[in-house]
Design a binder for this molecule. Structure first.
Ligand SMILES: NC(=O)c1ccc[n+]([C@@H]2O[C@H](COP(=O)([O-])OP(=O)(O)OC[C@H]3O[C@@H](n4cnc5c(N)ncnc54)[C@H](OP(=O)(O)O)[C@@H]3O)[C@@H](O)[C@H]2O)c1
Length: 297
């Protein structure tokens, strides 16, 4: 049985939809089972034969983490460590999710799993610590780092852009941070490919949609596709700006492209361009709009 943790979050919702669609035996929890409490974990799992834990729970407020690092560390490091310790003593596997923000972004080429983490933010530091504690607590782990996630049921960049395109005549979007947008549903599929693999190779993996862009490039493509699909009623000029022109509390990597050869080769995970995945998400939003009259997740 699979135990999905974080099923009220954006990625967790995508994973749960697929678990249900594929009729895979599972249980799910979110804040009702605090991963920072080993007792709560043990109590929930007591009469359930869990052989895989998928941990999508996390502290994800990247900017707020700068002033709440202790809390973020509890959820992003102690929590996963507790889950890994549980997996170790109960002969189960843990699939844990991490982030491209573990890297400093100074590398020109995409980051491989062998590259050394050097986070620039408190959030990134807590996620690196989570990776290390999981690795130390059980050999039966898969850690998947991902980037620029968007999907159903979560506030995300695509929805923010669609709203701003309607509200404004012109917006500035950062054009000097490079990475790959990732549709949560595609990552959820990769996760299920991994946990149903007959002989998974433990370790660290990278997953995002294919090809690298900037937030500006991502925004332009959202605008183009949304216009083609008739989602946008008006046009909005998109202006490239620098990170310095859009200061945030937490520093972001300038390049966080991820090399994904390992997950394709070892776990047989499919990859596709981010533009195709975006098209699927926008098609989903069009469906919601036509039935409810508004665009929402
Ligand atoms: N979003 C991105 O762009 C992005 C990029 C790269 C990597 N990631 C990683 O991808 C994973 C999923 O991200 P997401 O965006 O889907 O996150 P999310 O929407 O913020 O969902 C996380 C869920 O975990 C819950 N949670 C928080 N503390 C908990 C605790 N102590 N015990 C149990 N549940 C708890 C949250 O509840 P509350 O909301 O009530 O706190 C929320 O429902 C995370 O590991 C994240 O670090 C995300």
């Amino acid at each position: 049985m699979i135990w999905l943790i974080g099923n009220a979050g954006m990625l967790g919702k995508a994973v749960e939809r697929l678990l249900i669609a594929r009729a895979l035996p599972h249980v799910a929890s979110d804040k009702d089972v605090d991963i920072c409490s080993p007792d709560a974990i043990a109590e929930f799992a007591a009469d359930r034969p869990v052989d895989w834990i998928i941990n999508c729970a996390a502290y994800t407020a990247v900017d707020k983490a700068e002033s709440e690092e202790t809390l973020a560390l509890r959820i992003n490091a102690e929590g996963p460590e507790n889950l890994a310790a549980f997996a170790e003593t109960h002969n189960a596997w843990l699939l844990h999710i991490s982030t491209d923000y573990v890297f400093d972004g100074d590398k020109i080429a995409p980051y491989t799993e062998k590259d050394h983490p050097n986070p620039r933010s408190a959030y990134g530091r807590t996620k690196v610590q989570g990776e290390r504690l999981v690795q130390a607590a059980t050999a039966r782990h898969l850690i998947i780092r991902t980037s620029w996630l968007y999907g159903h049921g979560g506030p995300n960049f695509v929805q923010t852009m669609l709203r701003l395109f309607e509200e404004r005549d012109e917006i500035g979007v950062v054009n000097d941070q490079h990475g790959s947008p990732t549709y949560a549903r595609d990552l959820a599929k990769a996760i299920l490919t991994a946990v149903t693999h007959p002989t998974p190779t433990p370790g660290l993996y990278h997953f995002s949609n294919e090809q690298i862009t900037t937030w500006f490039g991502f925004a332009e493509e959202i605008h183009r596709q949304a216009q083609d699909m008739g989602i946008l009623k008006s046009t909005c000029a998109i202006k490239p700006i620098t990170t310095d022109e859009y200061p945030r509390p937490a520093a972001r990597p300038r390049n966080s492209g991820l090399d994904k050869r390992k997950i394709r080769e070892k776990l047989g995970v499919d990859l596709r361009p981010w533009q195709d995945a975006l098209g699927d998400y926008l098609t989903y939003l069009v469906g919601i709009k036509s039935t409810s009259g508004e665009t929402h997740d």
